[in-house]
Design a protein around this ligand. Structure first.
Ligand code: ADP
Ligand code: SF4
Length: 693
């Protein structure tokens, strides 16, 4: 299809200092859990973005010196010349598709753990890292230290140019870098020319920009990433105050302003807490203060919204991290007029968990993310079919939908049968919970793709039985029948059923609540799952007017959501709504009138009145059909079925991202030789000649 002319403006080239970006799509820096440790994986992932049409593709933060070591997090590294080849792999992959490569040079200052390097952390003043409880402090930099640091930054810029980068960042965003720490009055208590007035606190940032321009500015563009608002009121930088003043002070110095809000949890808010374009109110002033191009983010996935950002003079370039992760080919799809093929980010922040767990990035919507090199997976290409197999997929949750999409793309005949009239399984149910509407994109994208495939038949309202499987005529049976929440309280903290949870009244599963069961208050939500569901059910029930207490054995609400940057926001929302919170408490009994809570530390019991209790502990696979087919293996063999395979939540309950991955993996790998060894390529430490013990 030809491009919609209304979107032409997105494809206009734009000057950035001495360079020209071929269009307005800009992949801003984002972490990925691969960084210096897995350079081939990293380069391949960035290369796919360039192939997908992004004019600029950036690194994540790249440490410039051993005193900026953020271990155990895996970011980029440019400590000395030895780090150049790994980064050159990435620039080469990006240049292959005519994109510009950008590098975000970072000295993390007091945020550097230096756990690997064992150097001392540096800061404007003597201070402990406010983002960590580590028993170590950063020391106040002397003026000689500042001169040395400027030299490190300059040398890193020169190395970055040698590695092939076109855009070199000075980074003052997210509260994660020295120039930002100098800007922040709460962290900068200096009395010399680098402290006190804003002009003094901004001195280091100005010097870094000047140094970088002087070092590489003739052929590289110099970008400044600056958080214009820290969303902490008068205690921090505000876009209506010092944020604006900094932009005015340095307006024409960088070749590009990359502006956002800080800290990372504010910058990468999930869709549960912020809509597309949520940063506009904070960053819109920037273009009125500088003539230089401005890039900003806002989880942009709609081309109309992107166009509007440019036409209304908010931004010149559309910045994206998550939308480029969910769909590396987003620019190309807009260019080709294939708008309804865009795989829109759902704003769940599973991608962020890779950074937090120090493992390669993954994405709910894009199961190929992080697998580009190690498995050779491409987001838009899949090998064509290798035989005449036909498939019956049972269950149209995220697992079954993705499996059908990819087998369909391969050219196989696919039948997808779903017991319910509605497709989407857990995604459909959960997307009706407060704030999760965007999660329905997991279903809608796949349904839309399936509707275009003549070789895929979808049967709704079709609960599949063993007999139907045997008589259907498919050669391969894929069971994607999902899982259900258990009601007996068994979970992480209770390995046996909880006393009283076998009552016929008063005990509810998450599905009961999602299906609109009537609960009498007061209600206890017992969250021994620790991801989002316990918190969100408490929110839903409280909003419906019930008295709700969330009880959890963890020491905070929705504990695992620290990895999706949501934990603070969830806790705050529950408190604001008036949900009572009892942390570090297990539940050992419920009798329909009260629950017995047990302190996780002292073992002491207390009682809490409750008429209803929602048990959010663990799930059990819906594996009845799998077991029945295993029992009937002789009949299965006689009917010409070559394989019966359980995938997704019905194999082992996990995240929606894992479900999609499982469906995708089956479609790619069912016809590969089986292996019980390592199923992907690994990157090994590169021992060079002369290395010895
Ligand atoms: P997953 O996350 O693995 O996709 P879900 O629970 O979201 O799991 O989806 C599983 C789907 O399978 C549900 O929509 C459920 O209705 C469907 N299902 C379960 N058993 C059968 C069956 N015997 N026949 C058809 N559909 C089934
Ligand atoms: Fe978007 Fe979720 Fe994918 Fe991250 S993991 S890019 S938030 S869909």
């Amino acid at each position: 299809m030809p491009r919609d002319p209304r979107h032409d403006i997105l494809f206009e080239p734009i000057r950035i200092g001495p360079l020209t970006a071929k269009n307005r799509f800009y992949q801003v820096p984002h972490c990925n859990g691969m960084g210096y440790a897995r350079p081939l994986s990293h380069a391949a992932m960035r290369g796919v973005k360039a192939e997908g049409g992004w004019a600029v593709v950036s690194t994540e933060e790249v440490e410039i010196h051993p005193s900026s070591d953020v271990s155990p997090y895996i970011e980029g590294r440019l400590w000395d010349d030895h780090d150049i080849p790994a980064l050159a792999l990435m620039t080469e992959a990006i240049h292959r598709y005519g994109a510009l490569a950008a590098i975000e040079l970072v000295h993390a200052g007091m945020n550097a753990s230096n756990l690997y390097s064992r150097e001392t952390a540096l800061a404007p003043s003597h201070i402990a890292n406010p983002a960590s409880y580590a028993p170590a402090q950063a020391r106040a930099m002397t003026k000689a230290d500042i001169r040395t640091y400027r030299r490190w930054h300059r040398e890193a810029a020169l190395r970055a140019r040698r590695a092939g980068f076109n855009i070199i960042y000075v980074y003052a965003g997210h509260g994660l870098s020295l120039p930002m720490h100098f800007l922040q009055a709460r962290h900068n208590h200096r009395t010399d020319e680098y402290g006190g007035s804003l002009a003094n606190r901004a001195r280091l940032l100005r010097e870094l920009l000047e140094d970088t321009k002087e070092a590489v500015g003739t052929d590289c563009a110099v970008a400044l990433r600056f958080a214009v608002d820290e969303l902490r009121g008068d205690d921090g930088i505000r876009s209506a105050g010092e944020g604006r003043e900094v932009v005015a002070l340095l307006a024409e110095l960088p070749d590009l302003w990359d502006v956002n809000v800080s800290d990372w949890s504010n910058d990468s808010m999930t869709s549960r807490f912020a809509p597309e374009g949520y940063q506009e109110d904070f960053v819109r002033f920037v273009k009125t203060v500088t003539t230089k191009p401005v890039v900003g983010v806002g989880r942009f996935t709609s081309p109309d919204t992107m166009v509007s950002q440019i036409r209304r003079g908010v931004l010149d370039l559309i910045g994206a991290a998550r939308p480029s992760i969910a769909d590396p080919f987003l620019p190309k799809k807009i260019d080709d007029g294939d708008i309804d093929d865009i795989r829109e980010c759902i704003g769940c922040n599973i991608c962020v968990t890779g950074d937090h767990t120090m493992t390669p990035i993954r994405c709910t919507q894009n199961p190929t993310m992080g697998e580009e090199w190690r498995k050779g997976w491409h987001p838009e290409r899949i090998p064509q079919r290798t035989g005449e197999d036909s498939f019956l997929i049972v269950g149209a949750g995220p697992t079954g939908l993705e499996c059908a999409r990819m087998l369909g793309r391969r050219g196989y005949a696919v039948s997808l049968a779903e017991a319910e009239d509605e497709l989407g399984g857990r995604v459909t149910r959960e997307s009706r919970l407060p704030g999760l509407a965007a999660w329905a994109r997991v279903r809608d994208y796949r349904l839309n793709q399936l509707n275009k495939m003549p070789n895929v038949d979808v049967y709704r309202g079709s609960r599949v039985t063993v007999d139907q499987v045997l008589s259907f005529g498919a050669t391969r049976i894929v069971l994607a029948t999902g899982a259900r929440w258990r009601r007996d309280g068994v979970g992480r903290s209770n390995s046996r059923p909880i006393r009283g949870f076998d009552r016929s009244a008063g005990i509810f599963s998450p599905e009961d609540v999602m299906h609109g069961a009537h609960l009498a208050g007061p209600v206890i939500v017992f969250d021994d799952d620790h991801y989002y569901l316990g918190g969100i059910l408490a929110e839903k029930l409280r909003t419906s007017g019930l008295e709700v207490t969330l009880v959890t054995p963890a020491n905070c609400v929705s504990a695992w959501t620290v990895n999706t940057l949501e934990q603070d926001a969830i806790h705050k929302r529950l408190m604001t709504l008036g949900v009572e919170i009892a942390t570090s408490r297990n539940i050992v009994e419920f009798n329909g009138e009260h629950a017995v809570l047990q302190c996780m530390f002292s073992g002491r019991n207390s009682t809490l009145p409750a008429s209803s209790l929602v048990s959010v502990t663990a799930r059990l696979p819906n594996d009845v059909l799998a077991h029945a087919l295993a029992e009937a293996d002789a009949a299965v063999g006689a009917s010409g079925i070559l394989s019966v395979t359980s995938i997704g939540d019905c194999l082992a309950p996990s995240t929606i991202a894992a479900a999609v991955y499982s469906g995708h993996r089956y479609a790619r790998e069912f016809d590969l030789p089986e292996t019980d060894g390592v199923a992907f390529r690994r990157e090994h430490p590169n021992l060079t000649a002369g290395d010895s013990l």
